[in-house]
Design a protein around this ligand. Structure first.
Ligand SMILES: [Zn+2]
Length: 259
């Protein structure tokens, strides 16, 4: 029992430490850092460093890649909603692995798939918007504006694939996943990424800014509240991200369950 407590105290301590660095480096807002500490404690507590590894790989790659491009001011701090949209499914999977230890690697496959999906999405956005030529809308293949949700490009697709493989390949062995489980995580993550683009092109909310008149994806623009223009107003970027990382985890677990 004592060891148990020491382990969980270590989990909380390390997570608070890493989240504090992220907060003081202005990568996360305070609620974002608290959410990250909860997600980090869950995956480390349930899976040790092996469980925390895919989360750390996702977190540092998605935080550092935008900053590699040097646009420090535009790389905004992540809010709690964004943290939970990307890491929430992994935290749920971590708790499921504790409740159902006989199928622990099944749940860890789901966690890896959800984080690989989130990484693929972030990498695709970061590289696709900077290197992608002639992005097109995934639904009707018409030319789309760079960086808009649902716009896809060759560079974005390649970056998505590399982001997914980066997470899966570095996490599979430490977590003891079989080759089939790693494959299921990859398929889940890629399908989730596809769903992300599809939802981004169709149901995701767009708002019209009453100040500059632009159609934007966030509810506030030019420091005022924008009015709903199209899509479902409750399905914004974080909601879409959460749904797609959940889909990635479910597809990966489903493949193993019935495979
Ligand atoms: Zn505006």
């Amino acid at each position: 029992m004592n060891e148990h407590w020491t382990h969980w105290l270590t989990a909380v301590g390390l997570s608070v430490f890493v989240s504090s660095i992220a907060y003081f480096k202005r990568w996360l807002t305070l609620p974002g850092a608290i959410a990250a500490a909860v997600v980090g404690s869950s995956v480390y507590g349930a899976g040790g460093w092996q469980g925390a590894l895919p989360l750390l790989l996702f977190f540092f790659s998605s935080t550092l890649i935008p900053r590699l491009f040097g646009k420090r001011e535009q790389s905004e701090r992540r809010e709690a909603g964004q943290v939970l949209a990307n890491g929430g499914v992994a935290a749920i999977c971590a708790w499921l692995s504790l409740c159902d230890p006989e199928r622990a690697t099944l749940w860890w496959t789901g966690a890896v798939a959800s984080l690989a999906e989130a990484a693929g999405d972030t990498w695709a956005t970061e590289f696709g918007t900077r290197l992608g030529k002639n992005p097109r809308l995934i639904t009707n293949w018409r030319p789309a504006s760079i960086g808009s949700s649902g716009a896809v490009s060759g560079a974005g697709f390649a970056a998505n694939l590399v982001g997914v493989l980066f997470i899966v390949s570095f996490s599979a062995l430490p977590l003891g996943l079989t080759l089939w489980q790693a494959f299921a995580a990859t398929v889940g993550a890629l399908t989730g990424g596809l769903l992300d683009s599809l939802l981004g092109a169709t149901l995701q909310a767009r708002f019209r800014c009453s100040v500059c008149g632009k159609v934007v994806e966030s509810q506030t623009h030019c420091e005022t509240r924008a009015t709903p223009a199209q899509g479902c107003r409750y399905l914004q970027n974080s909601e879409v991200n959460f749904l797609c990382s959940a889909a990635a985890g479910l597809i990966a677990c489903g493949l193993i369950w019935w495979g």
